[in-house]
Every structure is written in C-alpha cells, then in structure tokens.
Ligand binder design. Structure first.
Ligand SMILES: C[S@@+](CC[C@H](N)C(=O)[O-])C[C@H]1O[C@@H](n2cnc3c(N)ncnc32)[C@H](O)[C@@H]1O
Length: 319
C-alpha cells in the first residue's frame, strides 16, 4: 500500500491485481518496461523488484501529485524515470529516448487512484464535497466546473449516455442546465444532488448512488480517457519488441471493451476473404492473448472493494 501526505491528510492507494499483473508482464530481468499509470507506484515498485541492475522502467502519469510522489520515492533508483505526460504520448516519449520497438512490457492500470478519489479537493467524488474539478492533470485543461457551466445540453446528454451508460441522460442534462441558470455549480455535492433529484428514487436502498454513472461519464470526458487509451494501445504495439507483453487492468466495461477489441483485432490479423487457401501464419496476426481475462479473488475484493470491477487482460506481441 503506498501512502501519500497531502493537505495534512494521508491518502492511500491499495494496488489492484498487483501480483497477477506484474508476474505476467516481466519476463526478462534485464528488460525495459513501461508503467503507463504510475499512481502511487505500487506496480512500479513490484516491477523494479523483478529487474536486475541493468533493467529499466519508464513511467507516466498525468497527475502532478503522482509525479511528486514518484520523485520523492524512486528518484534514487537509476533504473527509473518518470514523465509528467499522458500515456497518449508513449510513442513521442520513446522516440525521444530512442526506445521505440525495444520495450519488453507495458502496464496500464487505468482510471483514477484512491488518493484522487478520496481527496475532496480533487472533485472526483460525489460522496465527499469539494470543488468540482475532476482533472487528473491539475496543471492544465478544463475542470468539471467550467465544463458543466458551458456544455450544451444535448452534448452533455450524449456524454452521460455514451460514457456513463446513463438511461436518464436527457433528464439529468436538462436538470443540470436548469440549475446552472439559477446558480453556478461549483461543488461535487451540488452536482450530485441535482443528478439525484433528476431521476426516480432507486428501487433498492443498496443500489449504486444515483450520481455514479454521471460522475464517471463527466470524468471520462474531462480527461479524454477513452481516446487516450485507444491511441496508447495502438502505440503500444509499435513500442513493444517481439515477445513483449501488454498488461491492462480496466475498471469499467467501456475500457475493457476497447482493450478486448484491440487484442482480438491484432490476434485475428488481416481481414482476408473467406475460403482463400492461406495458412494461419499468412494472416499476419500481430498479438496473442496470454491466458484468459483475470478478475480479482474474493480475498482481494474483501480487502479492497474498489477492486471489484477490475479485469486484467494480457497479450504478447508476435511480430
Ligand atoms: C489506478 S491508478 C494507478 C495506480 C498504480 N498502479 C499504483 O499501483 O499506485 C491510475 C493512475 O493513472 C493515471 N492516469 C490515468 N490516465 C492517464 C493517462 N492518460 N496518462 C497518464 N496517466 C494517466 C492517473 O492519474 C492515476 O494516477
């Protein structure tokens, strides 16, 4: 568990599928690896433990607090370097380092870290009131307050539907637009209440909080999470060396669908017309899945309920 002290509060991140993700990723002690989502560095630490003094680990995070933590904790380790960038800049960064095509394994542990969720000031949480921000990279870009103040109603409804699979998307978008005409929406509690009262009462008391889906959708939109992932997956294929591994931990079905489809498309190779007398090797498949998708054990989810929705997929580059 990696702890971090901010604003006099200690926020901790319990890593998810730590052993499973690292064991399947690291196949060479002298290899070069990428942790695309440093967070609080538990996966980084476990990868470094597997590497020899000749190994190397390049890490990314969008979040300045994650970068500060990385510098504090790992700067003594010459095998480690961290970049304050989106993993969508994977190719650019590896080109700068002259490492494109030489990477032995890339890990993505997607979504937000517990310190991001738990610190009300980051504005990700509907259950802890704070400034409506939701940016992973607080050094740039539009925060959720500005987005909510300006987004056209139809566009907001689309975002809630597409990224939150929210069936009351239109009613919620309308309620938000009506509310912002009365008063600027500045806090997570204010937004959560508007969303809650825009929909029918949950049938069962233990149903998810009514703002869960909408908060997820707005967060995905603000941080361009799915477009970054789509772009980084394609770049990963070129970044890996033959036999290099890709390990992705997703936390919701939209992410996992992209990962699954990406691996499947490259496992299948070229789309040749049916019936042609060609061997499997002539389809130019570029990846193969390693095992089945892995979910956390009940022991892990009992200890860390946030792991419940996690799913790990592993693939290897063929050529
Ligand atoms: C689930 S946490 C990773 C936790 C980490 N594996 C650990 O053990 O502490 C996800 C992290 O990825 C970062 N992140 C999400 N999307 C990113 C992106 N497109 N580029 C870089 N970092 C990203 C978030 O800021 C967050 O710190």
């Amino acid at each position: 568990m990696a702890a971090c002290r901010m604003n006099d509060m200690i926020y901790q991140h319990i890593p998810v599928l730590l052993n499973e993700a690292v064991a399947s990723l690291v196949t060479l002690r002298d290899g070069i690896y990428v942790d695309a989502t440093f967070g609080r560095g538990s996966h980084t630490k476990a990868i470094l433990e597997q590497l020899s003094p000749q190994g190397r680990l390049i890490a990314f995070d969008k979040d300045p607090e994650a970068i500060a933590h990385a510098k504090l904790t790992f700067s003594h380790d010459k095998r480690f370097s961290i970049f304050h960038r989106s993993f969508a800049h994977l190719q650019l960064t590896l080109n700068e380092l002259q490492l494109m095509g030489k990477i032995d394994g890339i890990l993505f542990d997607l979504g937000v870290s517990s310190p991001q969720l738990d610190d009300p000031e980051r504005g990700f949480s509907f259950s802890r009131d704070g400034k409506l921000d939701m940016r992973m990279d607080t050094s740039k870009g539009m925060d959720a307050m500005t987005y909510i103040a300006n987004v056209p109603e139809a566009e907001l409804a689309d975002v809630l539907w597409k990224y939150g699979e929210e069936k009351f998307s239109r009613r919620i978008a309308r309620a938000i637009v009506n509310a912002r005409q009365q008063q600027t929406i500045t806090s997570t509690a204010q937004l959560a209440d508007i969303i809650k009262f825009a929909q029918p009462k949950p049938k069962k008391p233990h149903d998810k909080h009514p703002a869960t889906r909408s908060f997820q959708a707005i967060r995905i939109e603000i941080n361009q999470e799915l477009s970054d992932l789509e772009s980084a997956l394609e770049q990963s294929l070129e970044a890996l060396t033959t036999g290099g591994r890709l390990s992705v931990i997703s936390f919701h079905s939209l992410e996992d669908r992209l990962v699954k489809q990406f691996i499947r498309a490259h496992e299948k190779g070229d789309d040749l017309p049916r019936g042609l007398p060609v061997k499997g090797s002539q389809f130019n498949a570029r990846m193969k899945s390693i095992g089945k998708a892995i979910k956390p054990s009940t022991q892990e989810t009992d200890l860390n309920p946030r792991a419940r929705s996690a799913i790990l997929r592993i693939a290897e580059k063929l050529s």
